[in-house]
Design a binder for this molecule. Structure first.
Ligand code: ADP
Ligand code: ZN
Length: 448
């Protein structure tokens, strides 16, 4: 279903609206954000040079680093009195990326998310169990406002709380579930253990996103929970969830809300714009945001854009394929963005650790686990002693209280700074691999 008429815009009408909005946005950032004035000048471009949509390639890119350099509010175009909401997503050095919204931005976002629910067949008669996390993360509140905008009844349960989730699915008769795809499967496993028959629940549809998943996973979720599973994409910097979404009619690629965002695919190495159908990095320009508009934001997400064509849902908005990877090293562990450099920063603060480490990610059961394998220094190893294992290798005396304390402190600092719970394995000095070229720090064993 369609939520509002603008969703049906296509062809020249859409292009005309996009150009008007782009020109307005470009002028706004040039006049109100020092970063953009400088960046435009460096590229030798002025707002008046943007005469057609193709001229977008004349504009500079914006990166996460730029947002960090202007932390916290340097990219906002309006005074603080106009800001009504602040969200944040994890940055690479412990400093988050800060996203501000005016009242109109919240209204826009709510409409975009209402479109997502409508496209998934949700109506005001539905009950939406919103298991995205509420808080600084945009998932929870984004879905919440969208479902309310549509007129559905929202159950704001937030993430976690598995037993309660399962109880409410039955007792409240939730018909729509919003969460990460891995959490949907986790709920299924937990429910099964409690003897829940998912085919008897009123649940019809799940709107899943915030992390990469596959067609195989969709099939598994749909079969096990007896529902339709819909893909939803977004990122805080751009607005949050609701940048693009699948329609239940086709479930093949996510329609981009093109009346609010201009999407491009670029070659991540050269920055050159690529034609429809090419695989590359998604770049987005926001054309209606007031507080925090972004010009050519490099999402680092790798995907393919398909040429706009009329879809059986009625929309003609271009579709983007599933995100298949990232052009940077960001990891998503249980919905939390983690950069290896953040972990490294924490590790290097410990004088008992050698600085050699490796991050091992697995999907155990349904959820991601992150194990940090780190090496002790010679000095530390000598001070606690070692034991010879059954296979002849030497290991640290793991029961030693100094070993336990070190592991505990590392775990705690990582949890405090990055927000993700980890396992820590402490290794003897010089036992982790060394690299002559680029170090391979991440061993991702997840099969999704
Ligand atoms: P959010 O709060 O919306 O999750 P974040 O900024 O924390 O936003 O994370 C955004 C990132 O999450 C995206 O850049 C992308 O890498 C990933 N992501 C979000 N939705 C999806 C999806 N449906 N499929 C794959 N990756 C996704
Ligand atoms: Zn469609």
């Amino acid at each position: 279903m369609i939520f509002d008429e603008n969703e049906l815009l296509s062809g020249e009408k859409l292009k005309k609206l996009q150009l008007e909005r782009l020109q307005k946005t470009v002028k706004n950032v040039y006049e109100n954000v020092a970063f953009y004035k400088n960046a435009f000048e460096k590229k030798g471009v002025k707002p008046d040079d943007i005469k057609s949509l193709e001229d977008i390639t004349k504009l500079p890119f914006t990166t996460k680093q730029d947002l960090r350099d202007n932390y916290p509010y340097g990219m906002f175009t309006v005074p603080m009195e106009k800001i009504v909401r602040i969200h944040a997503s994890s940055g690479t050095t412990g400093k988050p990326t800060v996203c501000g919204y005016t009242q109109n931005d919240i209204e826009t976002w709510s409409i975009l998310m209402a479109r997502v629910f409508a496209a998934a067949g949700v109506t005001k008669n539905d009950i939406v169990q919103n298991a995205y996390g509420y808080g600084l993360f945009t998932g929870g509140l984004g879905a919440h406002y969208g479902a309310e905008k549509l007129g559905a009844a929202v159950v704001p349960i937030s993430g976690g709380n598995t037993k309660k989730q399962i109880q409410l699915l039955g007792d409240f008769g939730s018909t729509c579930l919003t969460c990460t795809p891995s959490f949907a499967l986790y709920l299924y496993d937990a429910g099964k253990e409690l003897g829940v028959d998912f085919s008897k629940l009123p649940l019809k549809v799940a709107i899943l996103g915030a992390e990469p998943w596959s067609e195989g996973m969709r099939k598994e979720i749909e079969e096990k929970l007896s529902i339709d599973a819909i893909n939803l994409y977004g990122l805080s910097e751009i607005i949050g969830p609701g940048v693009s979404f699948e329609c239940i009619e086709e479930k093949s690629g996510m329609h981009i809300n093109e009346d609010h965002f201009i999407a491009e695919i670029i070659d991540p190495a050269t920055g050159e714009q690529l034609p429809y159908g090419s695989k590359g990095e998604l770049v987005i320009t926001t054309i209606t945001k007031e507080a925090f508009p972004l010009i050519r934001y490099r999402t680092k997400d790798i995907t393919v854009l398909s040429e706009p064509a009329k879809c059986s849902c009625g929309r003609s908005f271009a579709k983007m394929a599933r995100v298949t990877g990232r052009s940077d090293d960001m990891l998503i562990i249980r919905g939390v963005n983690v950069f290896p450099s953040q972990v490294e920063d924490v590790i290097t603060k410990f004088s008992s650790l050698s600085g050699h480490y490796q991050l091992v990610i697995k999907r155990e059961g349904r959820l991601d686990t992150l194990t940090i394998e780190v090496e002790a220094t010679d000095e530390f190893a000598r001070s606690v002693g070692s034991v010879v294992m059954s296979d002849g290798t030497e290991a640290l005396a793991v029961t030693h209280e100094k070993v336990e304390a070190l592991k505990h402190n590392l775990k705690k600092d990582i949890k405090d700074l990055i927000g993700v719970t980890t396992e820590v394995k402490l290794f003897m000095p010089k036992t982790l691999p060394r690299f002559e070229g680029k170090a391979k720090r991440v061993i991702d064993k997840r099969v999704i």
